[in-house]
Design a binder for this molecule. Structure first.
Ligand code: CAA
Length: 381
């Protein structure tokens, strides 16, 4: 099904990602989830395949691909294992992209190649214990001292926080100045005062780490400021526009895997003398799932193509994430229903898909924030 008439290059990327996800990732997904195991070996393989820095230009060691390629690959990897896909998504969208778009030549040369190859991993430190949706109210402070900034504060819910070597961090120069004083920095694991705190015990995406991070008088060289002072909030929000397209694709992959599982079960399970796939009640569930999956895919691909056009795509990204994440939650619930009691037990994958789907309605901007972004754009003059 090629609703968008993918060109040969996009089809090849989809095939490569699908084959790798089905052979190497999906068979391990249950164990990764059950043990809360970070999939080190899979991330290394994704790095060597070019999937950890898909949109990084080739001159900096990346794959030099477009956003459509990225979301196509993301859907397939997420269908294999949602935990793996969020690790990949954060590295690509939230860490590599702001360095590509706003970083200095020296930052690009220093950081991008190892991130693209999967030799190093990145995290994006914006959220704090008392600032999530209201991102501009952050309290992590940066103070300029000579040729360094001194950073103090704590971050919360940081995906990849435990493993990250490179941290894109947001801090304010002056808490009274709101978003206009926010700056973006590149920090490195091992800088004195940089530490990882509590790890969260979660409902889903159990193979990825979600950490508190603490910054105690961390001395960051001025050359690690991304862009200019006060540009940090725009960097954060424009980066999140891209991140939201990636999370839409993640939600799509989780939902597609649940849809496949529901179809397989419906063909195999017999009731009333025939496979339940023969029952109209089941067929209607499967039909609604297929229709909503395609709708979410179209929104996600549209947002990806608009990103590549260079135009502002905040509204399209928000629509894709809102629809795809709510669709994934709806679809995984239905997939459990098609399985009946078997859907509720861990022997079948749909309970994992259901748990993994929930976070897509929350991270990188809740559904309420996406509605706010879409609503403001609709009502702007
Ligand atoms: N791109 C570039 N600039 C943008 C922008 C965008 N998408 N959106 C807003 N801006 C600019 C505005 O133009 C404005 O700039 P000026 O003052 O120069 O005109 C500035 O940013 C402030 O804009 P707003 O007044 O609209 O900002 P706000 O404070 O009202 O916040 C918001 C808007 C939509 C609520 C925003 O704060 C938001 O998206 N919050 C959610 C944060 C979020 O997604 N957090 C997720 C955490 S990261 C995560 O989950 C990572 C993980 O580990 C998986």
């Amino acid at each position: 099904m090629d609703i968008f008439l993918l060109d040969d290059e996009h089809k090849l990327i989809r095939e490569a990602a699908r084959e790798f996800a089905r052979k190497e990732i999906a068979p391990k997904a249950k164990e990764i989830d059950a043990n809360g195991r970070f999939p080190t070996e899979i991330i290394a393989q994704l790095g060597s395949m070019g999937f950890m820095g898909m949109m990084i230009p080739e001159q900096y060691g990346g794959a030099g691909m477009d956003t459509l390629s990225y979301v196509i690959a993301m859907e397939e990897i997420a269908a294999g294992c949602a935990s793996t896909s969020v690790i990949m998504s954060v590295n690509n969208s939230l860490v590599c992209s702001p360095i590509v778009s706003y970083g200095s030549e020296a930052q690009k040369k220093k950081y991008l190649t190892s991130l693209a190859k999967g030799e190093k991993l990145g995290c994006f430190a914006l959220s704090e214990p008392s600032s999530g949706s209201d991102a501009a109210s952050l309290r992590t402070v940066a103070r300029r001292e000579g040729d360094h900034y001194i950073i103090n504060g704590s971050k919360n819910f940081i995906t990849n926080g435990r493993e990250a070597d490179t941290c894109v961090l947001f801090a304010t120069l002056d808490m009274t100045k709101g978003h206009k004083a926010v700056c973006a920095f590149i920090l490195e694991k091992g800088m004195p005062g940089y530490s990882v705190g509590k790890l969260e015990d979660k409902l889903g995406i159990c193979g990825s780490s979600t950490a508190q991070m603490h910054f105690d008088n961390v001395k960051v060289p001025v050359e690690n400021l991304i862009g200019v002072e006060g540009q940090g909030f725009r960097i954060a929000l424009s980066t999140l526009d891209g991140g939201r397209v990636g999370i839409a694709a993640q939600a799509l992959g989780i939902a597609a895997a649940a849809h496949e599982a529901a179809k397989k079960f419906a063909r195999e399970r017999e009731a009333f003398g025939a496979p339940i796939a023969k029952l109209q009640g089941i067929q209607w569930h499967i039909a609604d799932m297929a229709t909503r999956l395609d709708a979410a895919r179209l929104l996600t691909w549209r947002a990806a193509v608009k990103r590549d056009s260079g135009e502002r795509y905040s509204r399209e990204a928000a629509m894709a994430k809102l629809y795809a994440s709510e669709m994934a939650m709806w679809l995984t619930t239905k997939a459990i229903q098609v399985h009946g009691g078997y859907g509720y037990i861990k022997e079948y994958p749909v309970e994992r898909h259901f748990r993994d789907a929930k976070i897509t309605e929350i991270y990188e901007g809740t559904s309420e924030i996406q509605r706010l972004v879409i609503g403001s754009s609709e009502l702007a003059d």
